[in-house]
Ligand binder design. Structure first.
Ligand code: PSU
Ligand code: MN
Length: 303
């Protein structure tokens, strides 16, 4: 498809019909601290390779929509000061103005779909913010899941959101939310939220089969896979609720708004947990990358 630039590795893999897993880049530009973001990005890519698939990190570099980044590209993205957080609404201006930025779940889904990549792994999706009944802060990620046929492997939604409202909106929009080996919707840093997950599947093969069946009947929607953070890195739910409440209070006091809210809250949470939230964040993305690769392999087995 015109308008996209592929890395040599991703182009060759797609041409041969071998499995590819897309990765987002807002997590690198806005979710993780510099300079750790670079080696974390490389570790996540390595996880996908060792599970038998090819990673395609998606980002906008100097106004070019890139599918798969070479090492120098990844270095540049991770060290750019002032990289922009790019969601659906931002893509046209970013490309025409030559911006460099990280793509959110929504923007990554759009570019992955254009590239013919069906599976995408990340940490947590955006969703309905607490207090959204007053400020209407609802992520464009939810609409994208309803309209773009890409499977998103996550540890649920971002921890700072209103999870019951997020699940309600996903239900309204007809997005399948699948618990991987769990009956509960995971809460990002924590394995449980107390909320039931609407659908459950227990293997990459079952997930690939469900995806294929929906796709082949022309549903044209995305799918959200909710994979709980690995047990050994999970954080305690009551403690996290308290820390998140404090961080939300601080955000309100300092007047962070719009797309600055998440980066601000994540750094507050990192400080409050003495870095444990960062470890959990990295490990859950790594687990999602691995699961995404297994699903991509299962899907490429029977097209
Ligand atoms: N979850 C995190 N860190 C992040 C994000 C999610 O723990 O940085 C990013 C993802 O890229 C997601 C985006 O798509 O935040 C959603 O932002 P918003 O709520 O502004 O749409
Ligand atoms: Mn928002």
């Amino acid at each position: 498809m015109t308008g996209l630039v592929y890395s040599a590795e991703v182009q060759a893999t797609l041409a041969e019909g071998r499995p590819v897993v897309a990765l987002e880049s807002t997590i690198l530009t806005h979710g993780l601290p510099k300079p750790d973001n670079l080696h974390i990005g490389q570790e996540i890519e390595a996880e996908i390779r060792s599970a038998g698939a090819t990673p395609a990190t998606i980002a906008v570099l100097d106004g070019t929509a890139c599918v798969g980044l070479s090492t120098p590209d990844l270095v540049r993205l991770c060290s750019t000061d002032g990289a922009v957080k790019l969601s659906r609404r931002d893509l046209g201006v970013a490309l025409s103005k030559g911006w460099t930025g990280g793509t959110t779940v929504a923007a990554t889904m759009i570019l992955a779909a254009r590239a013919g990549i069906e599976i995408f792994a990340t940490g947590g999706i955006g969703g309905v913010h607490r207090g959204a009944e007053l400020d209407f802060d609802i992520s464009a990620d939810l609409d994208e899941l309803a309209r773009t046929p890409v499977m998103v492997v996550s540890a649920g939604a971002k921890s700072i959101l209103d999870l019951p409202k997020t699940l309600e909106v996903l239900e309204t929009k007809g997005v399948p939310v699948i618990g991987y080996g769990t009956n509960e919707f995971p809460a990002f840093f924590c394995r449980s939220s107390g909320l039931p997950v609407p659908l459950r599947l227990d293997s990459p093969e079952e997930i690939a089969a469900a995806w294929r069946a929906g796709r082949d009947m022309g549903l044209e929607t995305g799918m959200l896979i909710a994979n709980p953070v690995p047990e050994e890195h999970a954080l305690d739910r009551a403690t996290m609720e308290r820390i998140i409440d404090d961080a939300l209070f601080e955000a309100k006091r300092t007047g962070a708004s719009g797309k600055q809210v998440t980066p601000y809250l994540l750094s507050q949470i990192r400080n409050a947990t003495g870095g444990a939230s960062l470890t959990a964040n990295v490990e859950l993305v790594r687990a999602n990358a691995r699961l995404g690769a297994w699903i991509a392999v299962a899907l490429s087995g029977h097209h």
